[in-house]
Ligand binder design. Structure first.
Ligand code: LLP
Length: 411
């Protein structure tokens, strides 16, 4: 994580000493660098400068209102997947003409609301959904712009549990069926299919799956043209990986950008991207306190006050989030240690280290790169309040979403 460094023995996020914040805020808490998100957005936009895409931040990765407001100021749109995400995007001031709505199971209420708000695109994921949108639009006596989400049957070469574009995944529509839906709806007065969308998975490290997707879309567009069907938008989804440790290689965004530019020279679509993780992941830490340290048999556990409910990714996907101490410690544990949370589940465990700095009860550590799918995946399991979200501000901090109140959970 670029935004953290030690000054003397203290860990800083930008210019804010983390230990100082731990004296004021109950742990665990999420700690953000809003500057990092801004830098990420600008880097993304500059990399794709030649294509000039609409960048729709994927709200599911981080729906914090302050973060969305900051992204809005930079010109971002949003990708939403529920009425709640749509409402928070609108509340943040995102222009409805920069909002795309995906999801396999949008309800009539959600579709109706999205149509009323006149958002840029509803990306339909089944023929049933296309028909439902037609019904609503007929009732409202309007014509709705939609996209069709393709399931290209491409292996994204990422973790199985976060792949979305394969044969066995529930997402999107097969190419043949998609063509069929296009043809059937050519004369539909209530919808016009103006976009194709695709999202093959998340944390995709290699360029090849993206290249394969573009090749396949290219062929599909040919077929559409043969049937005199033209589209205006191509939504390429998100999925670009970030390195979760110093040894992991970076995703080659510039190379992807030049591939998309070459592809689009021929087609001249308005390109849309829906990055989530790439913009938000490396902006945050989860700060937590060591409650106890204990050994059982030959195992040594460091028990934190953060648990799987606060950071689900390790338990859910086996994801690795490195843990760094808030105070530099010279001495090392002379044994292997396992970081675990206090929840009554054996999967409530994080990383295991050898030669880790010798922590003591009451010390603080931080999980790194938790700005995407961190707080947004957290739950109230074990009646644990959701942690506060704090943003560093100069050498201090601001609360950008307070910790949930325990009283509210035991009503
Ligand atoms: N667009 C669509 C339609 C999506 O389904 C997703 C993510 C994105 C965009 C953003 O993908 P990103 O750029 O963040 O990779 N909870 C998992 C990740 C699930 C992603 C689901 N869809 C995790 O923590 O790794």
């Amino acid at each position: 994580m670029k935004a953290i460094k030690y000054r003397g023995n203290n860990l800083y996020l930008e210019n804010a000493p983390i230990e100082k914040i731990t004296k004021k805020v109950i742990t665990p808490f999420y700690l953000y660098s809003l500057k990092q998100i801004k830098d990420n957005f600008n880097y993304f936009r500059n990399s794709f400068k030649q294509t000039n895409p609409l960048i729709c931040f994927s709200v599911k990765s981080n729906p914090n209102l302050t973060i969305l407001k900051n992204l809005k100021k930079l010109g971002s749109g949003t990708d939403v997947v529920s009425i709640g995400e749509l409402q928070i995007a609108l509340k943040a001031g995102i222009d409805p003409k920069k909002i795309v709505f995906s999801g396999v199971g949008k309800t009539t209420e959600e579709l109706d609301y999205a149509i009323t708000k006149d958002i840029l695109l509803i990306n339909a994921e089944s023929e049933n959904e296309v028909n439902e949108i037609t019904k609503i639009a007929k009732r409202k006596k309007c014509r709705v712009k939609i996209g069709l989400r393709l399931n290209p049957n491409i292996d994204a070469k990422t973790m199985k549990k976060i792949s979305t574009g394969g044969k066995s995944d529930k997402f999107g529509i097969s190419l043949e069926h998609c063509l069929d839906i296009f043809k059937k709806n050519i004369n539909n007065n209530n919808i016009s299919i103006e976009a194709l969308s695709v999202h093959i998975g998340s944390q995709i490290k290699e360029i090849i799956p993206f290249q394969k997707t573009l090749n396949l879309i290219d062929k599909f567009i040919q077929k559409l043209k043969e049937n005199k069907i033209n589209i205006k938008y191509l939504d390429l989804g998100g999925g670009m990986a970030i390195p979760y440790s110093d040894t992991e290689k970076k995703f080659n965004l510039k190379k992807y950008a030049s591939m998309v530019y070459q592809f689009n020279k021929k087609h001249k679509f308005k390109i849309i991207f829906e990055p989530g993780r790439y913009l938000s992941a490396n902006s945050a830490l989860l700060v937590t306190k060591v409650i106890y340290i204990k050994s059982i048999h030959d195992r040594n556990f460091v028990i934190l006050d953060a648990a799987m409910n606060d950071l689900m990714r390790p338990a859910l996907y086996g994801a690795r989030h490195e843990i760094v101490p808030v105070q530099k410690i010279k001495n090392k544990f002379n044994k292997k240690i396992e970081f675990v949370g206090p929840i009554c589940e054996s999967t409530d465990k994080f990383l295991t280290y050898t030669n880790y700095p010798k922590l003591n009860q009451g010390d603080f550590v931080c999980f790194t790169n938790v700005g995407a799918y961190g707080r947004s995946l957290s739950s109230n399991y074990n009646i644990r309040p959701l942690p506060a979200e704090i943003a560093v501000y100069k050498n201090s901090y601001r609360v950008i979403r307070p910790r949930q109140k325990l009283q509210d959970l035991i009503k």
